[in-house]
Design a protein around this ligand. Structure first.
Ligand code: NAG
Ligand code: NAG
Length: 95
């Protein structure tokens, strides 16, 4: 199994602040997905990153896939109370 290390595990911030979280690995991934999970719900796919160096924006959320396809970041600009939730990443290695 290939390990993905997510950081930080927990983050408490003020409304309006920027947040960046990471998903890092020593392995190369074909694609990397970010999910959001709310209490009592299943994970909802936010994005699937496939290209090295890809940057995808969804309103205040900016996703970045590292040049080596080993790490990814999720940046939330001017965080709002509705952004509160559990963010998860998953990587796939397809041949
Ligand atoms: C994850 O990768 C990013 C970008 O390369 C780096 O800035 C960050 O320090 C890394 N975090 C950990 C926990 O390795
Ligand atoms: C927050 O992020 C936005 C867009 O990424 C940037 O333009 C802005 O300067 C950042 N603000 C702070 C306080 O870092």
């Amino acid at each position: 199994a290939q390990q993905l290390e997510q950081s930080p595990w927990f983050l408490s911030i003020q409304e309006g602040e920027n947040v960046t979280m990471y998903c890092n690995s020593s392995s190369v991934f074909t694609n990397l997905q970010w999910y959001r999970q709310d209490p009592g719900e299943g994970p909802v796919l936010l994005v699937k990153l496939v290209k090295a160096g890809e940057v995808t924006k969804q309103k205040r959320l900016i996703f970045h896939f590292g040049d080596a396809r080993k790490d990814s970041s999720l940046h939330i600009t001017a965080a709002q109370p509705g952004d509160t939730g559990l963010y998860l990443c998953a990587g796939a290695q397809c041949s």
